[in-house]
Design a protein around this ligand. Sequence first.
Ligand code: ADP
Ligand code: ADP
Length: 229
Amino acid sequence: GGGIDFKEVNFGYAPEKTILKNISFSVGSGKTIAIVGPSGAGKSTIMRLLFRFYDIENGAIIIDGQNIKAVTQASLRKAIGVVPQDTVLFNETIKYNIKYGRIDAEDSEVILASRSADIHDKIMSFPQQYETVVGERGLRLSGGEKQRVAIARTILKSPQILLLDESTSALDTNTERNIQSALSKVCANKTTIIIAHRLSTIIHADEILVLKDGEIVERGQHEKLLEQN
Ligand code: ADP
Ligand code: ADP
């Protein structure tokens, strides 16, 4: 599951002030799409509409063949996982931090999620420098490692759709690239991913939409867009 269709979606926060103009795109189940554009282009607005934080004036948003108008916000929240920009971690082990939100998870599931996000070697450490349960020094985590914890936490909840908002990311481009390719690998064919970003150069996605002032001005595969820009 997790296929998404936006059909001629128009939306504004205030009457007569359209923010999104005629947005149409499809993401196949298990595919990754990136929405790229400058701040204010409308990337977060598209993500908010997926949760029905706002209802659209015209057009339709379809998930797995069903218009989300007929789906409750609660079930949308279950189906869609968000990896936040900045994850605040508890002063507990990384393992606890990954399980947070699914405290019933089996160890085998936690191991799988943490391996997938490439943070498994640190699950008994603490996010800050503290004594760990085994009496070793805990490692301070880098920004990239914190995001891997957030990804492992999201993967553990096995959402059908995963949103990765990198639009104000402070990570270096190499770390971002690694995280995106790790994520695509883990989620391949299982989870549909939407990535929001300012730049198209670092994106790892099946398709890229370039958004400007609420309009899709370009779309295509990575290499093609790079040639043009
Ligand atoms: P991006 O995520 O690409 O930076 P946003 O979707 O946050 O862009 O914003 C798109 C436009 O909508 C901007 O002009 C922004 O000022 C406006 N906007 C965003 N959120 C709100 C809101 N809650 N109320 C009114 N206008 C908003
Ligand atoms: P980034 O460039 O991603 O922010 P950092 O330079 O913060 O990365 O950290 C790089 C590596 O060094 C990480 O693996 C992190 O766990 C480790 N590290 C950073 N600071 C400390 C510290 N004070 N004690 C132990 N390990 C640390």
